[in-house]
Design a binder for this molecule. Structure first.
Ligand code: DP6
Length: 364
């Protein structure tokens, strides 16, 4: 069951004889969290609020073709292709997702779908794609609803609904709906914040609107422990309560440094968050470790470079060994010399990607 009635405004079923086949396509970006979502409950609800930068270059493009089913059936009819190749396992996951959102979109069971998806970043770069993939899919579904039933939502509600649906696919995906900076999760410091959908954060210093995020691929292998399993392990983690309380407090501090442009405080918080995330993995039961020797070597080199130059560049980490380097655009040339000399050789196949704060999803 969907756990909130906010968008449970079940549309009528379709008169399928009147439905024409059609298609929609969206490009939606990935995001990198500054305050991490780690731990969830109920139906994809976060244990603490989080905040992230929406990226520009790391995105998923998803084309959804739909048509009325040939024969009525309860079974979801979904074909899924990733970079042009059939992926039956992913198709199963999408079927499960579509089934879970039937209370919101009953018409999904009346249509058949062919979904084609591709990422801008290399296949096996180890960059998590659930945020871009699930947000692109949710945007597509809301567009189809508009085509079939007419436009009933204003822009704010369209974004909220897509964010709500993206969350049900993958928590972090709900933040990718918004350009720039977005938060997710109820917070006393953010007006209209909700555990059900993300909220755009607009009151930010101009420094952050062009912030860079270089992503260094330390290992492209699939993670040994999925994020889903990692969230689950937080339930019995002895430090989880302290973590959730601390994250809630960090939100107010983060909002304040995003407003003032105090980069030093920003960096201290962002690095602490990244290391706390991994400390939580290490203190789970069973414990696990996703950092690799080269991740640690990169962290040391970044801190050393910062000490020597005073340049405001800071790392953050996802739930994996790859490292994100965050810095303002005005030092990009100096930073490039450092990263090419010191960080690139530590990457698998010398692979790294320059990204930056982005403009949010676009309909194609
Ligand atoms: C470490 O959103 O991938 O990236 O909701 O189970 O799909 P699910 O988890 P997911 O978790 C992301 C965790 C994180 C931190 C963050 O993005 O806030």
């Amino acid at each position: 069951m969907i756990d909130n009635s906010y968008y449970n405004n079940s549309k009528l079923l379709l008169e399928t004889s009147e439905v024409e086949a059609g298609n929609v396509a969206w490009r939606s970006p990935s995001n990198i969290a500054l305050i991490k979502y780690w731990g969830k409950h109920g139906h994809q609800l976060p244990r603490n609020p989080s905040i992230s930068l929406t990226l520009q270059n790391a995105f998923t493009e998803t084309l959804i073709e739909y048509a009325p089913k040939d024969q009525p059936s309860k079974e979801m009819e979904i074909e899924f292709l990733f970079h042009g190749e059939e992926k039956p396992l992913f198709a199963q996951k999408i079927k499960k997702y579509f089934t879970s959102i039937l209370p919101i979109f009953p018409f999904l069971s009346q249509l058949k779908f062919r979904i084609q998806s591709a990422n801008s970043f290399p296949h096996s770069s180890g960059i998590a794609s659930s945020a871009s993939a699930m947000s692109a899919l949710a945007l597509g579904l809301c567009s189809i609803e508009e085509i079939l039933f007419g436009q009933t939502l204003d822009d704010i509600d369209f974004d909220r609904k897509t964010s709500y649906l993206a969350r049900l696919g993958s928590g972090s995906a709900c933040r990718s709906i918004y350009p720039g900076i977005a938060s997710w999760g109820e917070s006393a410091f953010i007006e209209d914040s909700s555990d059900y959908y993300a909220t755009p954060i607009t009151n930010i210093h101009e420094l952050y609107s062009t912030f860079q995020d270089d992503i260094f691929i330390v290992s492209a292998k699939e993670k040994e422990v999925s994020s889903r399993a990692g969230h689950g392990l937080m339930e019995d983690n002895p430090y989880s309560k302290t973590r959730y309380a601390e994250a809630k407090k960090q939100m107010s501090k983060m909002l304040s440094v995003l407003k003032t442009g105090d980069l030093e405080s920003f960096g201290t918080m962002v690095e602490n968050e990244a290391l706390t995330l991994h400390a939580l993995m290490m203190s789970s039961n069973p414990s696990y470790l996703l950092l690799k020797p080269n991740t640690l070597e990169m962290i040391e080199r970044i801190r050393q470079y910062r000490k020597e130059t005073d340049h405001p560049l800071y790392f953050t980490l996802d739930a994996g060994p790859n490292l994100h380097l965050l810095y303002p655009q005005n030092i990009i040339h100096e930073v490039r010399v450092f990263t090419e000399e010191q960080l690139e050789p530590l990457c698998e196949d010398n692979l790294w990607i320059n990204d930056f704060v982005g403009e949010g999803p676009i309909q194609l």
